[in-house]
Design a protein. Structure first.
Length: 593
C-alpha cells in the first residue's frame, strides 16, 4: 500500500510541526537525545565546505508576487522576512520549539529584518527597520549589479507590500479580496513602517500572519527589480538580503547557492555566538523526485540530511546506515474529512450524524493498518506538539473520548435517532493521489458496516485545488487542516469563508456563538498575551471535538536523518536554519565520505 504523504502547504512553511518524542530503535540506531536547555556540542563552528540537501520536486517559482505561488525552499535563504522563527527557542537554545514547523505562538518568533515590532493599539503594528542590512552582491549577475549591494530601506518595505497586496496575481489579494483594500502600509519614520488594519476587523487576526510572517510569500526584494524586469521569475534576477545567493540553476537537476559575503547575520547563541553567518561556502539543492534515489544519496553521503522519512524507510535506514543521527517528529498538518453541515438537505446538519461517523471509525485500527501503529489519533484541531493549547485524550470529557472508540452499534443508534435508520449515501472529493485513496478506502470499508456508503471522487490535482480554494464541495471533502502557527490566528477550519473551513462552521461569523465568542476573546489578547490566547483554545478543544465537524485520519510519525558531520543541526526541517549549520570536514573524511 502506498503511504506517500501529499502535503499541500500555503504558509511556509513548509516545515512541519512536531514534538520531541521517542524514536523507533534499530539494533544500532543513534538518536538525537537533545533536551531543552542543552546544547548539542561545545565545538566551535568551522567555516567552509558544501551543504547538500535534496528536493523531491523541481523549483518552479522565484517570484511569489507575479506568479501568486510559494517561492519554495529558497525564500528564507536568499531574501528573508520581517519576522522569522527564533533560533534561540529551538534545540540550539531553550528547546521550546523543535522547528519542524513555524512554531505554536507569536512568542516563538523574533524580529528579523525588523529590529523591533510593537502593537500600540488593536489593528496597528509598528516595525523598526533594521539598519545595516545590505542586499547581496554577485558580480556575475546583472540584476545583482543593478542593486549594487545597497542598504535595505523602509521605502523598500512599503513598495514590497504594495506589490504583495495589489498586484493582480498576488496570492493574498486573491485569497482575501475584501480585506486587502482595508490594509494600510506606510512609512512613518526614516526607519519605521506601520501596518494599519483597524478597518479590517475581524479579519485582521488572520491577516497579521500573511503580512508580518509572509506565509511563504512575503519576502523583501529590491523594488527596482520589478521596475526593470516586470517580474523576477528568472532565477538570475533573484536578489535578496539572505545568507546565500543563487549562483546557478539547472531545472530538474540542481540549484547552487554561494554564501553572501555581506550577510548581516551573526550567530546569537552557543559556542559560535557572535560569529559571522553562514558557515558553509556553498549550499546545493539536488532535485531527486525518486524516493529510492534520495534514500541512496543519503546512505552514500552524497547529501547531508533527509526529512519526512516514513517509518518503513526509517527502519531500513536504521539497519543499513546506523551511524546516521535521527529525530522522530509528528507533522502538524493532517488530512481530515470535512462535511457540509450548513446545508439543510445533507445529513451532517445533525450533530448525531457526525458523531455516528466518528463512532463508525476505528482510529486505532486505521493507525495499525496504514502505519503499523506508528501514528497519533487525536491530531485535530491541533496535535500534542502544541503543549500550551493541546488537551490530551485523558483530560477530555468522557463523552468526547467515547467518540474515538470504535462502536458501530452506537453509531447505528445515533443514525436512527437522526432519521437515517438505513444509513445514507455520500460522496467525498479527494486528490487523485494513491495516499488519499488508501486512507479513504479504509473509511469506506468501516462506514459500510453502519450502512453509510461512501463514494470516493478522485480529482486531478489542479481541479482538486480549485475545489479546495473555492470550497466547491457539495458533500464531503478530504484535505489538509492546520493545527499550527499560531492556532489562534487562524480558527481556519471553524471561522468564516476561509478555504480551510470546508465544513462551513460559523459561516457567516456569529452563527456558531461559542466559536465566535472564543474568536473575539482571542483577538483581543493574542498579541499582548499569547499564553492566555492558547488557554482559550485549549478550553475550546472539547467543544470542537464534541461537535465532530471534521473527522481526522491518524497522523503517522516521520523522521529526519542526518550525518554526524553536519554540526549545529538537530533535525530542523525549516530552510531558515541552514545558515547556522556547519560541516566537520575532518569527521566527514574519517567516515570515508
Amino acid at each position: 500500500m502506498t503511504r506517500r504523504c501529499v502535503l499541500i502547504t500555503l504558509s511556509l512553511v513548509l516545515s512541519l510541526a512536531v514534538i520531541l518524542t521517542g524514536c523507533l530503535q534499530g539494533p544500532t540506531a543513534t538518536t538525537n537525545t537533545k533536551q531543552p536547555g542543552r546544547t548539542t556540542t561545545t565545538e566551535k563552528p568551522q567555516y567552509g565546505g558544501t551543504l547538500n540537501i535534496m528536493l523531491g520536486s523541481d523549483i518552479t517559482t522565484f517570484d511569489p508576487v507575479t506568479t501568486g505561488q510559494l517561492i519554495g525552499p529558497i525564500g528564507w535563504l536568499t531574501n528573508e522576512q520581517w519576522i522569522q522563527m527564533d533560533w534561540t527557542k529551538g534545540f540550539a537554545g531553550s528547546g521550546k520549539v523543535d522547528w519542524m514547523n513555524p512554531g505554536a505562538g507569536l512568542d516563538d518568533f523574533w524580529p528579523y529584518l525588523a529590529e523591533s515590532v510593537s502593537y500600540p493599539e488593536p489593528g496597528v503594528m509598528v516595525f523598526k527597520v533594521r539598519k545595516g542590512v545590505h542586499y547581496g552582491l554577485n558580480p556575475k549577475r546583472e540584476a545583482s549589479k543593478l542593486v549594487g549591494g545597497r542598504e535595505m530601506t523602509a521605502d523598500d518595505w512599503v513598495e514590497n507590500m504594495d506589490m504583495f497586496l495589489n498586484h493582480p496575481n498576488a496570492f493574498i489579494k486573491a485569497s482575501y479580496p475584501k480585506t486587502v483594500p482595508l490594509i494600510r502600509v506606510t512609512k512613518t519614520g526614516p526607519w519605521e513602517v506601520t501596518f494599519n488594519m483597524k478597518e479590517a476587523i475581524p479579519d485582521q487576526m488572520r491577516m497579521w500572519h500573511w503580512l508580518a510572517h509572509g506565509g511563504g510569500y512575503h519576502f523583501v526584494f529590491p523594488p527596482e527589480l520589478w521596475k526593470k524586469y516586470g517580474n523576477i521569475q528568472d532565477w538570475k534576477n533573484n536578489v535578496g538580503t539572505g545568507a546565500f545567493m543563487i549562483d546557478d540553476f539547472v531545472p530538474g537537476s540542481q540549484l547552487t547557492m554561494i554564501k553572501n559575503p555581506n550577510f548581516w547575520g551573526k550567530n546569537p547563541i552557543g559556542p559560535g555566538k557572535g560569529t559571522q553567518l553562514p558557515y558553509v561556502d556553498e549550499l546545493k539543492m539536488i532535485i531527486l523526485p525518486d524516493l529510492s534515489t534520495r534514500l541512496s544519496a543519503l546512505r552514500t553521503g552524497k547529501a547531508e540530511l533527509m526529512s519526512q522519512v516514513t517509518a518503513d524507510d526509517a527502519k531500513s535506514l536504521f539497519l543499513t546506515t546506523p551511524q546516521l543521527n535521527h529525530y522522530k517528529f509528528l507533522p502538524g498538518p493532517v488530512n481530515c474529512i470535512a462535511m457540509r453541515q450548513d446545508l439543510q438537505e445533507l445529513p451532517y446538519k445533525d450533530k448525531r450524524v457526525r458523531q455516528a461517523l466518528m463512532l463508525a471509525t476505528d482510529f486505532k485500527g486505521m493507525a495499525n493498518v496504514l502505519y503499523g501503529g506508528d501514528a497519533e489519533i487525536l491530531v485535530y484541531p491541533l496535535n500534542k506538539t502544541f503543549t500550551r493549547a493541546y488537551m490530551p485524550m485523558n483530560e477530555l470529557p468522557a463523552e468526547v473520548r467515547e467518540l474515538y472508540s470504535f462502536n458501530p452499534e452506537k453509531a447505528k443508534k445515533l443514525l436512527a435517532e437522526a432519521g437515517y435508520p438505513n444509513g445514507f449515501k455520500c460522496q467525498v472529493i479527494c486528490n487523485a493521489d494513491q495516499s488519499h485513496v488508501d486512507v479513504l478506502s479504509v473509511f469506506q470499508s468501516m462506514w459500510a458496516k453502519v450502512n453509510v456508503n461512501l463514494e470516493i471522487q478522485q480529482k486531478e490535482f489542479g481541479v482538486y485545488v480549485g475545489y479546495w480554494f473555492g470550497r466547491g464541495n457539495k458533500d464531503m471533502f478530504f484535505g489538509l487542516q492546520w493545527g499550527i502557527f499560531p492556532v489562534y490566528l487562524y480558527f481556519g477550519s471553524m471561522w468564516g469563508t476561509q478555504f480551510a473551513n470546508q465544513s462551513h462552521v460559523n459561516d457567516p461569523p456569529g452563527t456558531e456563538p461559542i466559536i465566535q465568542a472564543a474568536y473575539e476573546k482571542v483577538t483581543s489578547i493574542a498579541f499582548s498575551n499569547p499564553a492566555g490566547a492558547d488557554k482559550i483554545i485549549r478550553d475550546l478543544m472539547p467543544y470542537v471535538l464534541e461537535n465532530a465537524w471534521y473527522i481526522e485520519q491518524p497522523q503517522p510519525y516521520q523522521y529526519t536523518f542526518w550525518w554526524p558531520w553536519l554540526k549545529n543541526y538537530h533535525g530542523e526541517a525549516s530552510a531558515p536554519f541552514y545558515q547556522y549549520a556547519w560541516i566537520d570536514q575532518t569527521l566527514k573524511k574519517s567516515m570515508g565520505k
